[in-house]
Design a protein around this ligand. Sequence first.
Ligand code: ADP
Length: 426
Amino acid sequence: MGVWQKEVITGLLLFLAVSIVGAMSGLFMPLALVMALGILMRQLFQINRFERWIRSGGGAKYPKTTGIWEEIYYHVYRIKKNEKKRKKKLGKMVDQFRQSTEALPDAAVVLGANDEIEWANKAAREVFGLQQSDKGQRIPNLIRFPEFIRYLKSGNYTEPVILPSPVDHRITLAVRIIPYGAGLRLLLAQDVTQLKKMERMRKDFVANVSHELRTPLTVLKGYLETLQDMDDGRSPLLTTSFQQMQGQTERMQHLVDDLLLLTRLETQQKKTECINVPALLIQICKEAERLHGNASARIELTLETDIRIVGEEQELRSAFTNLLGNALKYSPEDSLVKVRWHLTQNDVVLDVEDRGEGIAMADIPRVTERFYRSEVKRTKKVGGTGLGLAIVKHVLMRHDAKLTITSELGKGSCFGCYFPLKRICS
Ligand code: ADP
């Protein structure tokens, strides 16, 4: 029999007994009242005992009782026990997580909605010089580098920001923010000192080698020109050798120039001024006509807007010249090359479009890599260094601009340079 049934039956039996005694003695109402009061008192006593037990935390042992109250005590006790077990398990998990994040070599800081520090691991305390007492402090008050504050405010965390460690300037950190949960953000910082050192060494090496090659190349070129002047044409072998040597030294000179330009783009501070792009394009097209023989009939320059942009003239000149040079180089001598400067809703755009050999789908993502030249069977050999588009990409990056390439083999290509509207100046 269930406890509830027992409770009900006991109640009914009590009521029956009171009814019989009440009927026999004629005191049914007072007896019923006494019975009801008795039941009420008993329940009040139980409730009071239960409240005292639960107030004291519902500890290990519950008071001895019977009937439905024993059931209630038992169920509450079981729920509390399970909850305790779960809490213990959760606590253990949190401890393990804390220990593992404490042991992480990368710095990790949990930031709240107002950039306040909620938690930081050991590496974070070391590289950022944070103290346990900094909990709750706003991180921009502790890491005061302007580039970090800009990054934090920007809300665009796709790329990390590179910073020196506030405690040791010899340590370089790549700091990245990862938003999660409701308004929370995880700040991760990785020590990239070695990586940056290697990168600097590579840049220095390329810059030094390119620079050192310049003088011997100029000397070689000078002597070759003298020898060519002295050549009387009696030995065809000598004449073609001189021509080839000259061709190769010129190629090397282009390579060295391009490498030096790339190094400058990577290392030099940005200098900016308001550039008259339409005038620059007119100039570049004129120069291309001079350089590429009959190009005058091939270039169609359309200036739909006279918008100027903030930038570095020399760099933009190199990028645009490379794009126009490629369009002329990789298309038939009688085909049209369209250059268009125009405005869209979000950008100011330079399109350079040709009807040339085009680029294979698989090559498109790779043509902006250094030294990458797609292999196309051509009727005539086309010279190049494979650095032109790498230069274009770098220049555009320095101007917050994007390069788009649409191309189809055998049909032609279109290179688009998209400058954001914030670059517009007057
Ligand atoms: P380079 O022209 O000196 O080889 P670039 O970096 O300028 O180096 O170009 C890389 C490669 O991209 C080229 O070798 C060529 O195969 C391809 N390419 C660039 N521009 C065009 C174009 N307008 N049409 C077809 N192919 C192109």
